[in-house]
Design a binder for this molecule. Structure first.
Ligand code: ME8
Length: 511
């Protein structure tokens, strides 16, 4: 039986249009899902939309729509974005679906039955934009006297009856869990932040609201709706069929990885495991958080008007170019900046020159000099062996980096081989061998075809469309594109289609 692998994205709030931050986490999750499928895993990839809560209710009111109609519309935009970005999720979950309400109700009942929930009253600060409660000490006071959360979100004073989850009782169990599972939180710096936050002591968490209606009713007390984060986090088990232990997808739980943004780490690394511990459900294996994108060095915000629409970006540069840039430009966990100049540089240097030219040069030499057929392997020289070995080690090298979510380093490993292949082709100069030693010329071109095949195979998760085109041109059948298939060389004589460029250069208008 194939091992299973469950990867999730955050479910996105339907209060506004998808932006590049959403696209980023989804693309990273897609790279993981595609990688694991090619590596022999039975994959479950879950994404979707977070539709309840005060923030969505407010956005719907501003749009003059009832919250459900509004959520239907914006959720459809997120679904369309996923399709446009070639996101290969297996399921798109919406928190307004009946199965999710049933799942949240069951989780609540389990927590209540175990004595982890009590009724009280909440009095304190709340930021609707973050859907989060804050302590006085976390806030800063602005010049005009108003208070803001550490995220910059405005806060309001809330006072209402509320159910509480006994989070304070989970401090020791959580600390023991972080200690026993050092890989649970990535990157390492954030793990330390979470551990010290929990060491500082945990207060019980307000998990219901009474001042608005847009949420899942609390079982037995419909004057309350569940706190949107309890509702949202539960999506990950709803997706697997919770609470039915016989559900076919339950085999995927616990999740192998939740990919999230650094802003929502506390919810995933503290509250979520505590809820699951309380309900006696297994804990996810890893929560990996990504850093923040800024635009041309500035924070992305509606007021600055610089929010990047992923669809426009794709229109301008091409889908695979955007996927590549986002995964290549910065470490997953770190912050980074998108700028036109940086995208052009990556596309022109790494895609068009390094990879595009290598493939175009190699394949057109084969087309012209080998009758358009894959040449046989010849005697392997030391130079050939070095390059072939480097190519053969790619799956292992990338796997190790992808398992740590350092996608940029995974790509660097592939580019080391691509750059070495460019040096090799210049040194071997197969075009010059055509007259002097056609047998050696064929052998060199075969080495290049094999190296390109390995490179294109491991790059499929990052750039699925262009790498499929490249593998077509290399004559690799569709059922021989996973990592295991790399062990079996293609038969010599395979007819190759006419080569055509995969990555055009971006030509800037001259001023
Ligand atoms: O937080 N750079 O939803 P959300 C990088 N519904 N990533 C960014 C980003 C940026 N500038 N802006 C957003 C929620 N993101 C909750 C999640 S999960 C149970 C519930 C990404 O619509 C990042 O992954 O605000 C962040 O965590 C996610 O979008 C949040 O999207």
């Amino acid at each position: 039986m194939r091992p299973s692998y469950f990867v999730s994205t955050p479910i996105y709030y339907v209060n506004g249009a998808p932006h590049i931050g959403h696209a980023y986490t989804s693309i990273a999750a897609d790279v993981l899902a595609r990688w694991k499928r090619l590596d022999g895993y039975d994959v479950f990839f879950l994404t979707g939309t977070d539709e309840h809560g005060q923030k969505v209710e407010k956005a719907a009111a501003e749009a003059g729509l009832d919250p459900q109609r509004f959520a239907d519309r914006v959720s459809a935009d997120f679904r369309a974005m996923a399709a446009r970005m070639a996101i290969s999720h297996d399921q798109f979950i919406r928190t307004t679906e009946p199965r999710h309400k049933a799942s949240c109700t069951a989780l609540w009942q389990r927590l209540a039955a175990a004595g982890h929930i009590y009724l009280g009253a909440y009095e304190g600060w709340y930021a609707v934009r973050d859907e989060s409660f804050y302590d006085e000490g976390e806030l800063t006071t602005r010049a005009d006297g108003s208070k803001v959360a550490p995220t910059g979100a405005p806060v309001e004073w809330v006072r209402e009856p509320s159910y509480f989850f006994r989070l304070s009782a989970f401090q020791d169990r959580l600390l023991a869990f972080y200690e026993a599972e050092p890989d649970f939180i990535a990157p390492e710096g954030r793990r330390r932040e979470v551990v010290s936050f929990v060491r500082g002591g945990l207060r019980d968490l307000s998990i219901s609201r009474t001042s608005f209606r847009w949420g899942i009713p609390v079982p037995g007390d419909p004057a309350h709706v569940m706190y949107v984060w309890l509702d949202a986090l539960t999506n990950y088990i709803t997706g697997c069929g919770f609470p039915d232990p016989e559900a076919p997808l339950w085999r995927f739980w616990p999740a192998d990885i939740h990919l999230i943004g650094k802003d929502i780490l506390r919810f995933h690394a503290v509250y979520w495991p505590a809820f699951l511990m309380g309900a006696g459900v297994a804990l996810p294996r890893r929560v990996s958080s990504n850093g923040w994108w800024t635009v041309e060095g500035e924070k992305m915000s509606k007021s600055l008007g610089n929010v990047i629409d992923p669809l426009k970006l794709i229109e301008t540069y091409g889908l695979d170019q955007v996927r590549f840039f986002l995964m290549r430009e910065k470490p997953f966990g770190a912050d980074g900046s998108i700028s036109h100049a940086a995208v052009v540089l990556r596309v022109n240097v790494e895609l068009a020159n390094d990879l595009g030219n290598l493939s175009q040069r190699s394949l057109s030499l084969i087309a012209r000099n080998c009758d358009g057929r894959l040449p046989p392997r010849g005697d392997i020289t030391a130079d050939d062996a070095t390059l072939l070995d480097a190519a053969a080690s790619l799956p292992g090298l990338l796997r190790e980096r992808i398992d740590r979510q350092v996608f940029n380093e995974a790509l660097e490993e592939a580019w080391k081989v691509i750059r070495a292949a460019n040096v090799y082709i210049d040194r071997q100069a197969p075009w010059a061998l055509r007259k002097t030693d056609p047998v050696r010329m064929a052998a060199v071109l075969r080495v290049l075809a094999d190296v390109l095949r390995a490179v294109a195979t491991v790059l499929q998760p990052f750039m699925p469309g262009s790498m499929a085109a490249m593998l077509d041109q290399l004559g690799v059948p569709e059922d021989a594109r996973d990592f295991a298939a790399l062990g079996a060389p293609l038969p010599a004589g395979t007819t190759l289609p006419a080569p055509s460029g995969v990555f055009p250069r971006i030509v800037e208008p001259t001023a």
